[in-house]
Design a binder for this molecule. Sequence first.
Ligand code: FAD
Length: 422
Amino acid sequence: MKLNRRLFIGSGAAAAATLAAPAVLADNHGRPRVVVIGGGAGGATAARYIAKDSKGAIDVTLVEPTRTYYTCFFSNLYIGGFKEISDLGHSYGALAANYGINVVHDWAVDVDRDAKTVTLAGGGVLPYDKLILSPGIDFVDGSVEGWSLASQNKMPHAYKAGSQTELLRAQVLAMPEGGTFAMVAPPNPYRCPPGPYERISMVASVLKANNPTAKIIVADPKPKFSKMGLFQEGWNNHYAGMVDWIGEEFGGGNVSVNPEAMTVTIDGEETKVDACNVIPAQKAGRIAEIAGVTDGNWAPVNAADMSTKADADVYVLGDASQQGDMPKSGFSANSQAKVCANAVRGALTGSKVFPAKFSNTCWSLIEANDGVKVGATYEATDEKIAKVDGFISQTGETAEVRQATYEESEGWYAGITSDMFS
Ligand SMILES: Cc1cc2nc3c(=O)[nH]c(=O)nc-3n(C[C@H](O)[C@H](O)[C@H](O)COP(=O)(O)OP(=O)(O)OC[C@H]3O[C@@H](n4cnc5c(N)ncnc54)[C@H](O)[C@@H]3O)c2cc1C
């Protein structure tokens, strides 16, 4: 390669930065090594910040099976026809090109915490000094009677975005006139507390436009849900008479499904349905369990740096973690990733570590330009990530306020995806 001046200046700056940031925990093998499993909201952000801010002093490998990450955030807007599926897809090219991250498209299938290695499905073995897990969620087997992963093409969960989301939208569009859509909502805690109810709003929006005599039934094991008053107000305003929410009190948790017959039985009453979205109970992505850092369904972590209670060199971010008061959201995962990246870089290079601060906002779209939000700030205590203060949209807000809230969410989406992938 011909060494031009631009490259020379660039590589010189990187070398100087490497020297300025001594590797204090490299175990005599050169640059310290960080392996990140999962290239979503938590993992992509953590990999990007560690590589970017350490300016080459840390060797960062990101393991992620898919070449295109489809965000769950805004996937309901695709179901509602407000976004294209291509708007949700993001690639990993810039992480490799801009920060030298070694992006490996493979599954992590094992973690040896004694040897400090990660084994890949393709047979590769990756050594690490620090391991970050952000594998998102898996589903609790048997949590909805009659449903298993084998039924996901008949009754999609659409709780991991991509083809499942496309399938659910196609099924809604294919419903016969006056047909019935059912959702089996999950028990707490689960990914994106307002997510199922934003989805109901978006399904209602599509049906109102194309199939206005159709009905929506929600079987819910919970007595209440996130932003409940705001959603119910929105459903009354935009979709009067269309949504039948059956909460715990009316047997919403006593539910079984028959994917072959396309029936849903709620508290003993069987209904034939035309489309059915089953969102099962959730747990940490399986690799966290394999790594031995879970306790029950989730991985308990220390709030100050997101390291696990089981192993100070293994960190868990995002939905898979059991951290305290933050909801399982992309915003939360991104916020936790920055705290973790700062702590990992400090531990490996001696750079300054700032006190942990976290924030989250979850926006939901109810109908065109009718957006609502809930959010909070958090701090690290010895016990958990603890809520400091919060805010929520109010019922009865003007159309201008609701439109501004929706536009704010568009800005957030552009910002967070750039923070993960650019
Ligand atoms: C319908 C819906 C709407 C949502 N809306 C919002 C919203 O508006 N705002 C918001 O903030 N959040 C929203 N969320 C929640 C948000 O998507 C998640 O909280 C967030 O993606 C969690 O980030 P994560 O890094 O924990 O997991 P993910 O983003 O799911 O990333 C996990 C990654 O790990 C990979 N992985 C898993 N196992 C392995 C393995 N063994 N080896 C290698 N890679 C592996 C997966 O392929 C995946 O890419 C929504 C979720 C849903 C379902």
